[in-house]
Design a protein around this ligand. Sequence first.
Ligand code: NAD
Length: 488
Amino acid sequence: MNQVPAFAKEPQLLFINGRWLESSSQQYFEDVNPATEEVITNIAKATKKDVDFAVKSAQEAMRGNSWGGFSSKQRGKVIFKIAALLEKYKEEFATLETLDTGKTITESLYADIATSVDVLEYYAGCATKIEGTTLPTDSKFFTFTLKEPVGVVGCIVPWNFPLLLAVWKIAPALAAGNTVILKPSMMTPLTALRFAKLTEEAGLPPGVLNVLPGAGSEIGSYMVEHPGINKISFTGETQTGKEILAGSVDTLKRVTLELGGKSPNIIFKDADIEMASKGAFNAIFYNKGEVCCAGSRLFVERGVHADVITRLVERAGRTTPGDPLKQTTRLGPLISRSQLEKVQSYTETGKKEGAQLVIGGEKPKELLKGYYFKPTIFDGVRNDMKIAREEIFGPLLSVIEFEDFNDVITKSNDTFYGLAAGIWTRDVSKAIKASRALKAGTVWINCYNFFDASAPFGGYKQSGVGRELGLKGLDPYTELKTVWISTE
Ligand code: NAD
């Protein structure tokens, strides 16, 4: 399984209109493995001209003689086929994802790729269930609604879950009859391109899915402003989300945004402390903390604080970063040198702010190559410190002690983010009361980081606009048309 797939050994081209094409600039960029700092392969870098061609192709595919003429049943069948092929090639995809991101092979296989298959199957089934309604208007009329595709959808995704987050967008977009232009992050283009190849094999018509790796500041923003693109579905940083919203004003295109977070994870003293500590550890260190909903602010109630810290430190001590392609590794390298430097700089900030570094805070000395960083825990953090307020996006946990229920809810909500929250308690009433009080799009009780294709996900406040997954996740890919027929 861990051999480098042939796909990663070849330079890769752009996928437009069902063809593999050089960039119009003939330029390539280097795709780097964060575990070795070596170049995996070269990737064609898309230009604005390439985007124009992809838009034209995606528009043509919307016509009746192509994807636009497919029945919902036919669309569903193609998406089921894509899911089956992804299942068939899951080990190759998992290896590509690990090479590109540094996430462990276990995470790639059992989370990223397995969940991508689930999401494709879920929306394949939804294709035949997109329904309008009849409306109780005056009896002189027969009035009904239709749900139609929005058109050409631009999907712009980040590097932390490259294929999975692309599939969260592509699957509902295709189920609803749209065509797609996917722009992966330049740091992680491999699985998006391999996925394009897979869709050819599944019989997706040319132009329905186009994949263009390239710079966000160049082709990403161009896609946002492009009059031929009807909707943008974006996942990434909150600041980029704001730029995207601003850039979409002229064309008033539909926009959904999945953005950053600084999620509170609350351990009440009546919790099962071992379960809560283990859960809190995984909530931050899963995928090296490069998770939008990471439980990066851990609130622990006075009385159990020392016990929780001891358990967290013990776990961190035995979680040694290492080669992500090894089955036994639990923590891989960060995505890039700049991400590593960002986490190092926040570690210094935490110390300067007076928080107490209890473990980690450095690169493992024995790993000379690769962007590795030890699991890092700060205790004695105050909610107004930078390390408690800003999204770090790395393996750094801020532990904050709290006094009582009202204190922790106030502090938890004192952030401009609102993506997720966690609660650990044996008291059902308290859990329900807290889940109602927390301003977050997802609340996990006695668990963390669980996802399902049927469960909507998205942010309150500056963590996003709209929801992905579930039936709610289909709506942004449809336009609602109301039809009035006079019966007189
Ligand atoms: P990013 O915002 O830098 O980039 C995301 C994508 O947008 C990339 O493909 C990039 O090339 C493109 N882009 C950059 N500038 C652009 C612009 N001006 N116009 C259009 N496109 C542009 O984010 P990142 O560093 O790749 O990813 C990490 C961020 O993603 C974190 O903030 C994290 O919280 C967030 N995230 C959110 C979710 C969620 O579901 N809410 C999930 C995963 C990651």
